[in-house]
Design a protein around this ligand. Structure first.
Ligand SMILES: [Zn+2]
Length: 283
C-alpha cells in the first residue's frame, strides 16, 4: 500500500505530543482504509489485487452506462444493423464466455450482453460482461482473429481491471480514500497526473489481458496465433487510433504475445480433440 501519513519525528516535549497525535491519526486513517480494502486474485495467474469498490458497484455503473449507449445507438439506427454479422460474432463470443466462466465461476451469474455498433466504436467489454463491438472494426478480421480480440476484452472484465484501476486511484492520496465511485471516475478522466501514475498498472493489465485472452480463445478452439495476426493487421491500419490509445502500440506487444502463444498452442490442439462445454447463451 502507498504511504498515507508519515509520523513526524520531533525532539521537544510538544513535538513528542504532535508525534503521538500523528501516529493516532495515521492508525485511524489506516483503519478506515484497511476496512474497505479487500484482496482479490486475477484468474489464471493469481496476481493479488487491492479492491476498494465492490464488483456490484462497478457492474451497476457499467450497466447504466451500457444502457445509455445502446439507447443512443438505437435512436440513431446504429445498433445491430447487420444480423448476420451480429450472429457470427455473438457465436464466437459465446464460446469465449463459456471458457471465461470456467476460469471465473461467479461470471456465470453476470448479465452478459453483446451488441454491434455502427459508429466509431472499436471493441470493449465492461464490468459484468457488457460487450460492444464496432461494425467497421469487426469486418476486418477473421473468426480466429476476432476470438483473440474478444478474448482480450473479456479477459479485462473477468480480471476486473477497471475495478482495480479505480481502487488504485483511492490509494494515491488519503483524501481520495473516501471518494465515491463516480468521483473517482471523474478524477481519472480529468487529472492527467492520476493517469500517468496509473500507467504501469495499465501496461501490466494489457499484457495480462493478452495472456488470458489467448488462453480463453485457445480453449474455445481458436488458433492462438491469430492474436498475433490481429495485432499485425491493427498495426497496418491507420484509422483505429482509439484502440492504440487505450491498448498501446501493437509492435510493443507482439513479443509478449508470441511467448504466451507457445504456451497456449497445446491447449488449442487439445480443444480440437476433446468436446468443449456448450457455448454460453448470449443475448
Ligand atoms: Zn486491453
Amino acid at each position: 500500500m502507498r504511504t498515507l501519513l508519515q509520523p513526524r519525528t520531533a525532539t521537544t516535549r510538544h513535538g513528542a505530543t504532535r508525534r503521538y497525535r500523528g501516529w493516532w491519526l495515521f492508525l485511524f486513517v489506516l483503519t478506515l482504509f484497511e476496512e474497505s480494502v479487500v484482496l482479490a486474485a486475477v484468474p489464471l495467474n493469481g496476481r493479488t489485487q487491492h479492491m476498494v469498490f465492490s464488483s456490484a458497484q462497478l457492474q451497476a455503473m457499467a450497466a447504466a452506462s451500457y444502457d445509455r449507449k445502446l439507447q443512443a445507438l438505437a435512436r440513431e439506427n446504429l445498433l445491430d444493423r447487420d444480423p448476420a454479422l451480429v450472429e457470427r460474432v455473438r457465436r464466437i463470443a459465446s464460446g469465449i464466455i463459456a471458457q471465461a466462466i470456467l476460469l471465473k465461476p461467479e461470471a456465470a451469474h453476470w448479465a452478459w450482453e453483446f451488441h454491434v455498433a455502427s459508429d466509431d466504436t472499436d471493441a470493449y467489454c465492461m464490468a459484468g460482461g457488457k460487450i460492444l463491438a464496432g461494425e467497421r472494426f469487426l469486418r476486418r478480421f477473421s473468426d480466429d482473429e476476432l476470438a483473440g480480440l474478444l478474448g482480450h476484452e473479456i479477459a479485462h472484465a473477468i480480471a476486473e481491471h477497471v475495478r482495480e484501476e479505480l481502487s488504485a486511484v483511492t490509494e494515491m492520496k488519503p483524501a481520495y480514500a473516501r471518494l465515491d465511485l463516480e468521483d473517482v471516475v471523474a478524477l481519472l478522466d480529468s487529472d492527467l497526473s492520476v493517469t500517468l501514475k496509473l500507467a504501469p498498472l495499465s501496461r501490466l493489465q494489457e499484457l495480462e489481458a493478452d495472456d488470458i485472452g489467448i488462453y480463453l480463445a485457445a480453449r474455445a478452439g481458436h488458433d492462438p496465433r491469430a492474436l498475433l495476426d490481429f495485432y499485425r493487421v491493427l498495426g497496418r491500419l491507420d484509422d483505429s487510433p482509439d484502440f492504440f490509445d487505450s491498448h498501446g502500440a501493437p509492435d510493443q506487444r507482439l513479443q509478449a504475445v508470441e511467448n504466451f502463444t507457445a504456451y497456449a498452442e497445446p491447449l488449442y490442439q487439445a480443444s480440437r480433440a476433446t468436446p468443449r462445454p456448450a457455448a454460453f447463451v448470449l443475448h
